[in-house]
Design a protein around this ligand. Structure first.
Ligand code: HEM
Length: 187
């Protein structure tokens, strides 16, 4: 996993809970303090960080991952907005472009092992999303990412994780409903 991910986890913890709590979490996880964004770190570094954050912040690992997914959209906007900007101007267009976006990112991150996404059963305001990954356990992060993307595109989103590896599938399936927020008229 690129260091960029662990660096963003650190930023999220420091921003939300301060340096002292970060220090506690990283000591509990037994990981370094400074991550080099373009270096590769074993997958277990990220897993240990999530587990330690869960123990110290008294939140489930799923909640940590979902919070991180949501945080990641803001982190990416602050650091790579041009990449997000090129990848779609509304919620659904952006989701449909996620594979292309990671493929483009793969040009400057050649060791990237990106997830893949497929939109199916599209109806006005709803679709199913299939998420495939070489990793296990990141489905809650996808929920958070979709919530963060809803915020980016001023869109109300509900996400249900309906089935996946637990049911023997080789992908995770989400049912997503969405509605662009309308500005209420000022009378
Ligand atoms: C500029 C924006 C983005 C950058 C630079 C980026 C980059 C990355 C990187 C470096 C990883 C770690 C994988 C590895 O090191 O092999 C990753 C994983 C991931 N990305 Fe992106 N990403 C971006 C935006 C997004 C967005 C908007 C989504 C929304 C769905 C997304 C979904 C994921 C997921 C779910 C993973 C977890 C790994 C997995 O499923 O195997 N990414 N991305």
């Amino acid at each position: 996993m690129y260091g960029l991910i662990n660096q963003a986890v650190k930023e999220m913890v420091v921003e939300g809970h301060g340096e002292a709590i970060w220090e506690k979490i990283r000591l509990e996880a037994g990981v370094v303090d400074v991550f080099v964004s373009m270096d590769q770190y074993p997958e277990e570094v990220t897993d240990k960080l999530v587990r330690a954050a869960s123990a110290i912040l008294h939140l489930s690992p799923s909640d940590i991952l979902a919070g991180f997914g949501q945080y990641w959209v803001g982190f990416a906007s602050r650091n790579y907005d041009y990449v997000l900007d090129m990848s779609g101007q509304d919620f659904l267009a952006f989701i449909k472009n996620l594979n292309n976006m990671h493929a483009r990112i793969g040009l400057w991150m050649p060791d990237l092992k990106p997830p893949s996404f497929l939109v199916t059963d599209e109806t006005p305001g709803a679709f199913k999303l299939h998420y495939r990954s070489s990793r296990n356990g990141y489905a809650p992060m996808v929920k958070g990412l979709l919530t963060g993307l809803g915020e980016r595109f001023n869109t109300d989103v509900t996400i249900d994780h309906v089935r996946g590896a637990d049911q023997g599938l080789n992908y995770e399936e989400f049912v997503v409903t969405y509605a662009i927020r309308t500005q209420s008229a000022i009378l």
